[in-house]
Design a protein around this ligand. Structure first.
Ligand SMILES: [Zn+2]
Length: 254
């Protein structure tokens, strides 16, 4: 079997070559490597050029939590200049999770400005876009629809199911990770989402609290997301995997 990790911050791994080797042994054929700022964009383009197994597909973008960095303008210029080397735009989006952000109109304005730039670049280049929407699901969906972008992925979707229905109706995708094994919000969303619009990911190196110990994710852990999703939806594991792989290949064009 092979499987695709559609969202990993592999430049943040301490043991990158070990993690890539373990991923390859576990059947991971492809990794979509998302960036968060100027530094990670540069690192990921370099990593993608140096590793073939698994195949690394860099996504260029600035995380909503990073838009205040002094390199923001330089990062947007770098992204535009290097977008031909990318498989996708992202990770971008909006994050209203923290109360201070909900109270800070200037911060939200900065996030929206950055997200709008990413949406426009995705529309111009016809590349898929990977969206972080935590606590900002409604604004993310409205801006995406208004932008005219066709291929949008709401990564690690764990928001309200009414907005999820609109995301699906608009033709967009959602992803889930190992949290689908235990998180009530992830499980509710993935119960509602049709399998044909789901892809799996790890958001490496996120720490998951599954089990007694918890674990820091590597791309190989995408198999946990796949198996937990199949179990949640009461579907055959192999058939589920075939659909997940087909979804990821269609969405990213890889
Ligand atoms: Zn991420």
């Amino acid at each position: 079997m092979t499987i695709i990790d559609t969202h990993a911050h592999i430049d943040e791994l301490e043991d990158l070559s070990g993690a890539l080797e373990r991923a390859f042994q576990a059947g991971v054929s492809d990794i979509v490597a998302v960036s968060v700022n100027l530094d990670s964009m540069k690192k990921l383009l370099d990593i993608a050029a140096r590793h073939q197994q698994p195949k690394i597909h860099p996504a260029l973008g600035i995380h909503p939590g990073m838009v205040k960095e002094p390199t923001q303008t330089e990062a947007l210029d770098f992204m535009r200049a290097n977008i031909k080397s990318a498989a996708a735009v992202g990770e971008t989006g909006l994050d209203y999770w923290y109360k201070w952000v909900r109270k800070d109109e200037v911060e939200r304005g900065k996030q929206k400005e950055s997200f709008a730039f990413h949406l426009e670049l995705a529309r111009e280049t016809a590349l898929p876009i990977v969206i972080h929407s935590r606590g900002a699901w409604r604004d993310c969906l409205s801006m995406t629809v208004a932008s005219g972008v066709k291929r949008a992925l709401f990564h690690w979707y764990s928001g309200p199911v009414d907005i999820l229905a609109e995301i699906i109706a608009a033709g967009f995708y959602v992803s889930t990770g190992p949290s689908v094994a235990y998180s009530p919000e992830s499980r509710r969303a993935m119960t509602e989402a049709p399998l044909e619009r789901i892809v799996v990911e790890t958001d490496t190196p996120v720490n998951y609290r599954d089990g007694e110990q918890g674990f820091s994710a590597e791309p190989k852990d995408v198999t946990r997301a796949w198996k937990a999703l199949a179990q949640l939806k009461n579907l055959d594991e192999q058939k589920t995997l075939e659909t997940l792989n087909a979804n990821a290949r269609t969405f990213f064009g890889i």
